[in-house]
Ligand binder design. Structure first.
Ligand code: ZN
Length: 476
């Protein structure tokens, strides 16, 4: 039984799908106007973990992630230093059309998604290809009397949706109490959000534009997720995921639009990924602690280590992302891979090794952990215990062929979720007799240095051997 912490109710709830055996998940995707940093991918990796674990449990998952390729303005709470549409700012900066910018950064994003082995979504709908669906939704909202027209756009009147603020705590009362914002000309409330923007004032020259019953313009940011989730997943979603930063105003506004337009509950379980920090600071270009997936791979970190650093911390805990942590992440993966090699190479006997029972216990603990709001620490603890016990059997020759198969099959099934282990047996290199003699001599010299406690010389020889492709492991 899977229990998930629902950000709406603020408690762990038992997961019950809308439709038996099937799960519909919607994730707010990237805005494609610049390079995404690794922190941006943490929310997608959380969704990937959820999707893969649901697959593991036998659910049929339909996952949709949108691509925001319409520019946003500061009004939409997307901060841009210049107050300019981000897509258009990028277009000027890089001397490309806004359409080229959108496709270019979408391609880069998809490449990073593949590098991080994030499961492909069922579809990645683009906002620019669903303008008609958005216009239809505004018409419904208009017919229901919850939106109103001003000189520069169509706004949702949040006082008409009493549940506004239930997700984030930003109710209209709370917003007004803490308000320091200017009251916009003819908006009824400063906190009403745009569902459609007209080409007037500072938006006059907006490049991406479409015809609508309210004149030429472009949709509000929140609207795209309401319209596209409905088109591909229906009116009630099982899960809606995103970064913590998306909670307000984005998700709050999606709920207001969707529930008013459809007259149904929009989302059964809300999941939000806690923010990633670097030494307690937000990851950002201006602070110089901004890493892209490509930067890190070029520095020699493996995609697996990057993937695992995000998966191995609970999604609701604040992750401190550092290169040291990344190295630790790699070490953990190496330990698992080392174990796999030991099992692959173990000398097996025809004995009763008890591995079946060990696998059963570990699998149960792993699932108990994951079922408890994807409690990854508990799930990993079960695997570390499993590795320790089975390793002893592999090293001491207390393993059967059947036990080996079961141990590997178990880890492989877990790796359908983690995607970081390597199950290919490493073959040992064969040397000619002459080379073998040189190696033996070096090993002997090294042993001599070791008995003399001349560690510097012993290490020098070990490095020399490593260059020849010989790895020395000192055992008891
Ligand atoms: Zn969204």
């Amino acid at each position: 039984m899977l229990r998930i912490y629902n950000s709406m109710t603020k408690k762990k709830e038992e997961f019950k799908p809308v439709e038996e055996g099937k799960v519909r998940i919607y994730t707010c995707g990237p805005t494609v106007y610049s390079n995404a940093h690794v922190g941006n991918f943490s929310a997608f990796l959380m969704a990937d973990l959820l999707v893969r674990y649901l697959n593991y449990k036998g659910f049929q998952v339909k996952w949709i992630m949108n691509i925001t390729d319409v520019g946003h303005l500061t009004d939409d709470n997307e901060l841009s230093d210049s107050g300019e549409d981000k897509m258009e700012a990028a277009s000027k900066r890089e001397n490309k059309t806004v359409w080229e910018i959108a496709r270019y950064y979408e391609d880069l994003f998809m490449k990073d998604m593949r590098t991080l082995k994030i499961l492909p979504a069922f579809k990645y709908p683009r906002a620019t290809e669903h303008i008609q669906e958005m216009i239809e939704m505004v018409k419904v909202l208009e017919a229901k009397g919850v939106v109103y027209e001003t000189s520069d756009g169509i706004y949702f009147d949040i006082s008409k949706f009493p549940k506004y603020g239930n997700l984030s705590g930003n109710t209209l009362d709370a917003l007004q109490a803490g308000a320091r914002v200017e009251v916009n000309e003819d908006k009824r409330s400063a906190f009403d959000f745009a569902v459609w923007k007209k080409l007037v004032g500072k938006n006059e020259a907006h490049i991406m534009k479409w015809d609508s019953p309210w004149g030429t313009g472009f949709p509000g940011w929140h609207l795209e997720c309401s319209a596209m989730s409905k088109k591909y997943l229906g009116e009630t979603l099982d899960f809606h995921t995103g970064g913590e930063d998306n909670k307000f105003p984005h998700h709050e506004s999606e709920i207001a639009q969707s529930e008013t337009a459809n007259g149904k509950k929009f989302v059964n379980y809300w999941m939000h990924k806690s923010r990633v920090v670097v030494n307690s600071e937000k990851m950002s270009k201006s602070l110089g602690n901004f890493f892209t997936v490509k930067d890190l791979v070029n520095k020699g970190f493996t995609p697996e280590a990057i993937r695992f650093i995000f998966l191995s911390a609970h999604y609701r805990s604040k992750l401190n992302f550092t290169e040291e942590q990344l190295t630790e992440s790699q070490k953990t993966i190496d330990k698992f891979n080392d174990f796999i090699q030991a099992v692959l190479k173990a000398e097996v006997k025809n004995i009763e090794d008890g591995i079946s029972a060990i696998v059963d216990t570990a699998r149960k603990q792993f699932e108990d952990g994951m079922d408890d709001d994807l409690n990854i620490s508990m799930a990993l603890a079960s695997l570390f215990g499993f590795v320790k016990t089975v390793r002893k059997k592999a090293d001491s020759g207390e393993m059967s062929e059947k036990g080996r198969g079961e141990a590997l099959a178990f880890l492989k099934s877990i790796d359908e979720i983690f995607m970081v282990f390597n199950f290919v047996e490493k073959k040992e290199k064969e040397f000619s007799e002459d080379v073998q003699k040189v190696i033996n001599d070096l090993v002997e010299q090294r042993n001599k240095f070791r008995t003399e406690k001349n560690w510097a010389e012993a290490d020098r020889i070990r490095d020399e051997l490593l260059k020849m492709g010989v790895n020395i492991a000192d055992k008891k």
